[in-house]
Design a protein around this ligand. Structure first.
Ligand code: ATP
Ligand code: MG
Length: 289
């Protein structure tokens, strides 16, 4: 399966009646069907890896219900997206400097859902994002889990979507449901699969096979694999220390996977099944220990 080229520019269908804005950055939303599968850790890991590759990266915490990207990175925002939505700050004023030069648009927990924003708030957000996206290479959006209209709006607005799933059957079923809903709304949406928290390359491979088989058979939709992040206790250690795992343990299996996925994204290629074991960086059967 060859990689697909994402459009460089895309209109954001958020504003009502407003002129459709265009983004210069690559706008990628990170989502999942089931909650707690590792979206926020994946977003932070990819952002840091891209930043370490010299890319200019902004991450938006769009988990308005339970914002926690700032906590994960040990940052204490004074102002958040809530201030922007209320018209008290412009987006540039809430940008927080994160590690490796990445920047964060922090949210605060418990603010209104995107669906319930009034037109003025929506316009402020869209215009702000448009300005910010003109100055960077990547705008990564960490969404809430599940198929809610607010999440769907963001997925439709982004140029590409990374769907995070774990090998758990519940995550797989919910991931399929997410592909289906998104496919019904926008069949041509470039969608990547990222398998997180697997115990082995084989387990991750099975997850990929099952999801791809279902989406191709029932939806006629191909979901290429962007990469896999293994189960890695360094992630939990980094979370406890409120530091990015890529920063704290750059040589850990998870960090190496994030680095490889960042390269995949930059190169726009999807993984071939034969790459899986190599990607996982586990010794192949028969290799010397
Ligand atoms: N590859 C991994 N290895 C080990 N632990 C992981 C891995 N990925 C995520 N975790 C753990 O899983 C938990 C959930 O991760 P995270 O908060 O990133 O999920 P989420 O999908 O953003 O959750 P939510 O849906 O609530 O936003 C965290 O405690 C994290 O440490
Ligand atoms: Mg999260």
């Amino acid at each position: 399966m060859s990689g697909h080229a994402a459009p460089r520019l895309r209109s954001l269908p958020l504003g009502q009646g407003a002129e459709a804005p265009l983004f210069a950055a690559r706008v990628v939303a990170i989502t999942s069907g089931k909650g707690g599968v590792g979206k926020t850790n994946v977003t932070a890991g990819l952002a840091l890896s891209l930043a370490r590759l010299g890319q200019r990266v902004v991450v938006m915490d769009a988990n308005f219900g339970l914002a926690n990207l700032d906590i994960l990175l040990g940052l204490s925002p004074k102002y958040t997206l809530e201030h922007v939505l209320r018209g008290e700050k412009v987006l540039e004023e809430i940008l927080l400097e994160g590690p490796s030069g990445m920047q964060i648009l922090p949210a605060s927990s418990g603010i209104q859902e995107l669906t319930r924003l009034d037109t003025m708030s929506e316009l402020r957000l869209v215009q702000g994002l448009q300005r910010v996206a003109e100055t960077v290479d990547w705008l990564l959006i960490d969404t809430a889990a599940g198929i809610h209209e607010s999440v769907l709006k963001l997925l439709l607005a982004a140029q590409e979507v990374i769907l995070v799933a774990t090998p758990e059957p519940t995550s797989l079923v919910d991931a399929y449901a997410m592909v289906k809903v998104l496919h019904l709304r926008e069949p041509s949406k470039p969608l990547w699969l990222l398998v997180n928290n697997g115990q082995s390359a084989e387990e991750a491979r099975e997850t990929v096979d099952q999801l791809q088989e279902a989406t191709e058979r029932f939806l006629g939709k191909q979901v290429p694999v962007l990469g896999m992040v293994p189960n890695d206790p360094h992630i939990l250690q980094a979370v406890r220390q409120q530091r990015g795992v890529v920063e704290l343990f750059p040589d850990s299996p998870a960090s190496r996977a994030f680095g490889a996925i960042a390269q995949q994204l930059l190169g726009q290629v999807s993984l071939q099944p034969d790459d899986f074991a190599a990607f996982w960086r586990l010794p192949a059967p028969g290799d010397a220990p």
